[in-house]
Design a binder for this molecule. Sequence first.
Ligand code: SAH
Length: 460
Amino acid sequence: MNLRGRHCLVAGGGEVATRKVDLLLQAGARVTVVAPSLTESLQTLRDEQGFTYCPRPFAPPDLDDCVLVIAATGEEAINREISTLCQARSLPVNVVDQAELCSFIMPAIIDRSPLMIAISSGGAAPVLSRLLRGRLESLIPATYGRLARFAARFRPTVKQRLPFERRRAFWEQILQSSITELVLTGREAEADARLEETLRQAAERPTMTGEVYLVGGGPGDPDLLTFRALRLMQQADVVVYDRLVSQAVLDLTRRDAQRIYAGKARGDHTLSQTEINRLLLELARAGQRVLRLKGGDPFIFGRGGEELETLAQAGIPFQVVPGVTAASGCAAYAGIPLTHRDYAHTCVFVSGHLHDGSLSLNWPSLIQPRQTLVFYMGLNSLEAICTGLMEHGMAATMPAALVEHGTLPEQRVHKATLADLPRHIETANVQPPCLLIVGEVVKLNRDLAWFGQTATGGTM
Ligand code: SAH
């Protein structure tokens, strides 16, 4: 709210009122304080910065011509009356420490003018907001406002020299370059020269080539993203994502980026791999920075390679960011080490995807001793996998675990022997995505499960 030169009323003259008056004066407001008496610091403030003081209790006509009111009288009945009167006049009112009487709140602020960060808990936990403010204060250099002023100075020039669709990328480049360091340390002349030069180069380049970031979004828990994934997620213009990408991960992509769901686009039509490849190509050719966001790791059963081949052929720049693959994520969150000196020296990742209703697997290689098997996409083929392994010689008592929604709050771990697992999960209403882990290591889950109260045990 722009309060410069506008009339604001503060009812009350105690410590709390002092802080609010101070804030209002900083915002350039014309302040009137109505209170029987003033604190010493309010008197000082009045001497130094000046505000109108009415040495008496609040009266309704005080509200005339105000644009904003703060009630800090310390008397609940009066505060309540002020709140009611203001709300009847649609006048913004803040009653200190009484969220239900407020029509607006005063957030905790981090002032790097013209840059301003406001933190609010909606009145629920002001102390939490203040703690967070403390952390951010120490994180954001005190001179950060200079950066905003620097950018403001060049905005008209950049607007003039670069078309709309290229400005954002330009500013991102500038504000993540060493130019910011020059500004923050007060070497503005150097910073100006560098910006001018970068702008000249950008304006001479006819079109921007887009690029594609093939990023692994991990198995679901957003805390498992890499720093690089997060950075690219926040700078991409378009996000093309898969069904497996969790909502929590998707929420971390740039808010105003265009989002395209590749799992199912318009209606019920699923984009084929060829269509996805073409889409990525077209977007990048149009100069966009495209985030191709996949569940888990893009190079493990992710078809990431195929998408990159198309881009490589077309000469589109790309980069690949690994993600935590479902096997590591589920194993870690289920407390099942994939290798262990006593139980498994090898670990094999297998696709349990059915081709024309059947599994074509190299069974003999799968039933090797001291080996952990991890089946991706194995929910529909679970029965076929378990039967196949036993038919080829694996013990019916081999422990197996089906990890459902691994790493997510709703994770469940279903454990049973190879022989029992299919029957065991029949009644469990299991929902994809699920990962199947087969091997002696599954036993370790009994002692190592740590995430959630999720282990459901069958007969083992
Ligand atoms: N590129 C992905 C795998 C894609 S294949 C990766 O590296 O993880 C899709 C399969 O991954 C699913 O069918 C399921 O078996 C497994 N999967 C992915 N996320 C999972 C999760 N959160 N919990 C259990 N399994 C998961």
